[in-house]
Design a protein around this ligand. Sequence first.
Ligand code: WQD
Length: 338
Amino acid sequence: MTILVTGGLGFIGSHTVVELIEQGEDCLIIDNLSKSVIDVLERIETIVHKKIPFIQLDLLDLDKLRTVFKENAITAVIHFAGFKSVGESVRNPLMYYQNNLMSTLNLLDVMKEFDVKKLVFSSSATVYGDLHTPPLKEDLSLHAPNPYGRTKLMLEEILQDIVAAQAGWSFALMRYFNPIGAHKSGLLGEMPFGVPNNLMPHILKAASGETSALQVFGGDYETEDGSCIRDFIHVMDLAKGHVKALNYIKAFEGCEAFNLGTGIGYSVFDLIRTFEDVNSVKVPFDIVARREGDIVASIADISKASMLLGWDAQYDLQAMCYDSWNWYQNILHSMTED
Ligand code: WQD
C-alpha cells in the first residue's frame, strides 16, 4: 500500500520520505519542482538505498492528479506541497491563495473520488498569531497574521468542516514551530535557493562569508537578551512526528491538530551563540530594526503529541546547529563542483 507524499522533494518532505521508507512504508513522491530540484530524489535514494517512485506534477493539474490515484494503490497522503514564505505571501497574496488553497482542494476532491480518506497536513504555528502567551496549546483560538498563515488556517478549517460533515475521514494537522537542522548524512537539508526568509539560512550565509553579516531584526524586545524567542525543532524530529501522525490516523477517524516543537524556547542570540560554539565559526551580525509582524515569543506545548502520538523531540539545539552547518558546507561544495 502506498503513501503519497506531495512536495516530497522539499525540505520537510524529503526528510519525511527518508523516515517513512526506514519505517517500512512504500512511498510515491509528487512534486512540481517549483521550489526544489530533482537532485534531491537521488539524495533520498542514496540514503535509503532504494529507488523511490517520483512523478513531476502540479496539484493544480487535476487530470494528471486523478491519473496518479487511478494508477497507484494510495492508502494515505502526507501533504507538504505549498508555498511557505511569509514575506512573499504579503507581496503576492493571490498567488498564495491560488496555489495553497486550490492545490489542496484538488487533492481532497481526488482523494474523495478514490475513497482515500487519510491525510497528514503540513500546517504551521503561524496559526496561533500573536494572541497568546506561550506555551501554545492546540485548543487555543487561532488567528493568522499574514496571507501565508491564513492559507494554513483556512485549510485547517476546511478539513475540520469535512470531518464534521462526513464520517470516514482522518486528518492530522501538524503545526510546525521553527524547523532547522538537516539529515545527519549531510545529503539532505534546506536547499539554499534565492534570498532566504528564515533565520538559519541567513546564519549559514553569514557564517560562510556569502553575506557580510546576519541582520538581527530587533534587539530591544522584552526578553532576557532583547531578541525574539522561538521553538527551534530539528527537521528529523519533524519527520518522525509525521510518521507517528500517519500511524495515528490509520487507527483513528476525525481531525486532530498537533504541535511539533521541542517545548523549549531559545532566543535569536542563543541560536547564534550555539551555532558559533558547536561549529567553531563566527557569525557576524548587525542589530537592525524589528521586522514587521514578528512576535516576541513562540514556544510549543508538546504534551498532546507526546500523549497521543507517543512522539517527543530527540535532537537538541547543538545537533540542529551542527547538522545545519554540515549540510550547508556539503551543498555549497557540490554546487561549486557542478
Ligand atoms: C525567526 C526569528 C526573526 C531572519 C516563520 C513562519 C513559520 C515558519 C517558520 C513555515 C524572528 C529573526 C529572522 C533574519 C532575524 N514557516 N530573524 N534575522 O518568523 O518565527 O516563522 O518561518 O512553516 O510559519 O511564520 O521564522 O526564521 O523567519 O524568524 O533576526 O535574517 O529570527 O525576527 O524573531 P518565524 P524566521
